[in-house]
Design a protein around this ligand. Sequence first.
Ligand SMILES: Nc1ncnc2c1ncn2[C@@H]1O[C@H](COP(=O)(O)OP(=O)(O)OP(=O)(O)O)[C@@H](O)[C@H]1O
Ligand SMILES: [Mg+2]
Length: 400
Amino acid sequence: HPPAAGRFILVTQQLQVGSYCCDQVIGRRLPQVLDSPMRFFEWNPMGRILSCFSRYQDEVDSLVPHHLNALLVFCLIAVCACVVTSVIFPIMLLPLVLLITLFYCVCVCVCVCVCVCVLWFQLTSNCQYMIQSLMEVEARFISVERLLEYITLDPAEDWPRCGAITFQDYQMRYSQNSPVVLNGLQLHVSGGEKLGIVGKTGSGKSSLAAALFRLVEPAAGRILIDGVDITSISLSDLRRKLSIIPQDPVLFTGTVRYNLDPFSVHSDEEVWAALEKTYMKDTVRLSVPAELTQDEGTVSAGQRQLMCLSRALLRNSKIILLDEASASVDAETDSLIQITIRDSFQHCTTLTIAHRIHTILQVDRVLVLDHGQVTASPVQCGSGSGLFRSLVQVHVQVQV
Ligand SMILES: Nc1ncnc2c1ncn2[C@@H]1O[C@H](COP(=O)(O)OP(=O)(O)OP(=O)(O)O)[C@@H](O)[C@H]1O
Ligand SMILES: [Mg+2]
């Protein structure tokens, strides 16, 4: 039966459009919303996000295809009516007033006139519905626009190629009412450079790491990595490309392998090779239990940092941030960390938050932070500059 067949096609098409919209907007965009930075969730209450997704998505799923269908049907009818009218009586295509005037003025065959009139009135009513549908479609697309506002850009697969980091007048505060902890940071770190960061406790060294990983969003300014503003990409893309060795790493409950490669994307050989480069192969073989726990007693702070370095090696990150353990790490482990950084991360940009003087002797430049500000432009190691010399002198005095 033709009308039933037509309706079936329409309904099927409507369902297909609805399912496509759902896949495009919810299926692909929802994970990006879940990856949004903390500030997004602070500014947008959960209820608003849920209502946005449910209300707008309902409109996108059901109303947009429905009105789009109606628009298509009315357009089709209008086109048919125009074709028929233009074939039978082309002059009827002129505006309505002119047509009616002409219609009553010109004497035509009654039969043709009736036929044309019926078609014409149908056309005008169709036009009305067509415009109404057009307006509905336009109105519903606002929902699509609103949903698309939550979308972030995808960086290039090989980003960051060089690993250059630029802080442009960067300011950060942990919450809206708390004081600024990084205040107008201006800094450029070239790709592959080894930068040491020093400063008194509370000067903002770990906050700089938090800023780079977007644990906290900027209050002003921006951070560029190879020219890409890190706020323009998703959190998962950003954090996938950087590696951090935190001040006090926490291990997951599970095997060493699970801790190094939680998504099982590397072979056992690659995992052992990474452990070998960080001098952890024998330790893991001989003294680390098969099943790790978050109990800090089983693996020392230095060893946990070395495991983080193995993870960074496996991930092949271009940018490594090492927040040196401030708790005492034995001299041997400490020097192993330094040797690994020097040998295995030669081509990586390395930011080392240093608590020990011999660490900054290994880096290219030293940045001194004080109350969230750079006290002077970073100094070259061994340059004999006043700042570097005074750092060493302070250390020597403390040692004495
Ligand atoms: N989660 C947080 N919420 C609010 N304020 C914080 C938070 N973390 C740090 N701060 C504040 O930010 C400032 C800088 O702290 P940060 O941890 O960056 O110092 P740091 O230089 O790493 O010190 P340390 O050498 O002791 O590790 C401090 O005044 C601290 O009180
Ligand atoms: Mg710190």
